[in-house]
Write a protein that binds this ligand. Structure first.
Ligand code: AMP
Ligand code: MG
Length: 424
């Protein structure tokens, strides 16, 4: 079964453990050591399983396809009548359509008209496609020396009875509900939904519908976080805005950890406010790290509060999304039971703009990826990369990933690009 969860003390003994400047890859690795998928299992009707994760293997109750059948419209023949010969004339004795098989068997010198998906009648072992045939009444002349067994799909070719059709840990997408239905199964076992509670912190935040006072802003992070969570298919529990007040924050953290598997907050982990949040979390739970060597998103806390995982995301709206996609997404998928978790795809693209970048941390710039004339991809930045400019996330369809060691970049350099479109 699962290895026991390591203690933070054990982790912090590692030589390169620095909770105040954790490299991106190291941070991911640390988080992974704490993740254990939910154990609750529910039975779900096929359609309702869309977006859930299979908690058990789905076993095929029969051979798929159930019978030898034709891959083409044409004629079912006996190979010995036609193999290696050309222009053999056979007598058509009947037809086999999808769902309406031919009841008899095909004898020497005979053939049966057959449609795609039609069951191959007894006696026949080969399908000749109709384009290779001349038919006049029931006389069917076969040209072009067919090979034995051609154009025939064998029973059990896709799945043998008892074989695993889908593995535990597989997210259920349209293809999977179709496959489950094709096996005649009305229900499957899925993991229970992951419960994720989230709240925003900040005295300056107001909710939609209230007028803004001097220096106040609308809380947008709760909306982006809600959107990202909804896309993943978790139970998203919105706990509102919490003021920068230690007593209120303590109550919020406790309440959230009591009802959720994961607690996500935004804001308040940067310098200044960090101290009391840190002191609070040290008291309520354990914090594995506070800062990541990345931009945007440097203040990112990960730890535990009671039985819940805690992600303290930065306050800046772009940083929230970047840290979510770089750390939280994969962690949530693992907790949801997805196995294996496929990271967002990374591909190479030519960066058409020069980029400013200081070595020492990983940057995730927002980019617009498009196909180029040479059959590859080119990418340009969305413009101003300030971590408060949420429009840059809206315009972008990819992250341009610039590694720690990278400095300034000339236009025309090949860069790694992580695709958002269709995934995020
Ligand atoms: P903080 O990490 O709390 O210092 O916040 C960093 C920046 O992000 C500040 O400019 C905040 O006003 C802004 N910010 C924090 N939380 C939110 C939020 N929920 N929605 C929009 N902006 C936020
Ligand atoms: Mg704040």
């Amino acid at each position: 079964m699962n290895d026991p969860t390591p203690t933070i003390r054990e982790l912090s003994c590692a030589d390169d453990y620095d909770p105040n400047s954790m490299p991106v890859a190291k941070a991911r690795q640390f988080i992974r050591t704490f993740l254990r998928p939910v154990t609750g299992i529910e039975r779900s009707a096929v359609r309702a399983a869309l977006g859930r994760v299979l908690a058990e293997d789905v076993i095929s109750p029969f051979d798929v396809p159930a019978h030898d059948n034709s891959a083409m419209d044409g004629y079912a023949v006996r190979a010995e009548d036609v193999e290696g010969k050309s222009d053999v004339t056979l007598r058509s004795v009947g037809s086999s359509f999808a769902g309406v098989p031919y009841a008899g068997s095909v004898g020497p010198g005979e053939c049966v008209r057959i449609m795609t998906g039609g069951v191959v009648p007894a006696g026949a072992d080969t399908i000749v496609m109709q384009e290779h045939v001349r038919a006049a009444g029931d006389r069917v002349t076969i040209g072009g020396g067919p090979r034995k067994g051609q154009n025939l799909r064998h029973a059990g070719e896709d799945l043998a009875r008892g074989q695993v059709a889908l593995r535990r840990g597989q997210p259920v997408r349209p293809a999977e509900i179709g496959l489950i239905a094709s096996l005649g199964l009305g229900e499957v076992a899925v993991y229970r939904k992951l419960r994720v509670a989230f709240f925003s912190t900040g005295d300056e935040l107001r909710s939609i519908g209230t007028p803004l006072g001097e220096g106040q802003i609308y809380d947008s992070n709760r909306y982006t976080i809600y959107g990202m969570l909804a896309r993943l298919g978790v139970d998203a529990i919105d706990m509102g805005v919490v003021r920068d007040d230690p007593a209120l924050l303590e109550t919020a953290f406790r309440d959230a950890a009591a009802i959720a598997d994961v607690v996500i907050t935004s804001g308040g982990v940067s310098v200044g406010e960090a101290d009391f949040v840190k002191a609070l979390l040290d008291r309520l739970g354990e914090v594995v790290f506070w800062k990541i060597a990345m931009k945007p998103g440097r203040p990112l806390a990960y730890g535990r509060i009671g039985g819940a995982h805690f992600f303290g995301l930065p306050g800046n709206p772009v940083s929230v999304m970047v840290t979510f996609y770089q750390f939280v997404r994969d962690a949530l998928l693992t907790l949801m039971g997805v196995d294996p978790v496929a990271p967002l795809p990374v591909l190479k693209a030519t960066c058409v703009t020069a980029l400013k970048k200081a070595p020492g941390r990983t940057e995730f710039q927002r980019g617009i990826l498009s196909p180029d004339a040479g059959g590859g991809f080119s990418v340009r930045v969305t413009g101003e990369q300030g971590s408060g400019i949420l429009r840059s996330m809206s315009e972008a369809n990819c992250f341009i990933i610039l590694p720690d060691t990278q400095g300034n970049l000339a236009a025309g350099t090949t860069v790694d690009v992580q695709v958002m479109e269709g995934f995020i």
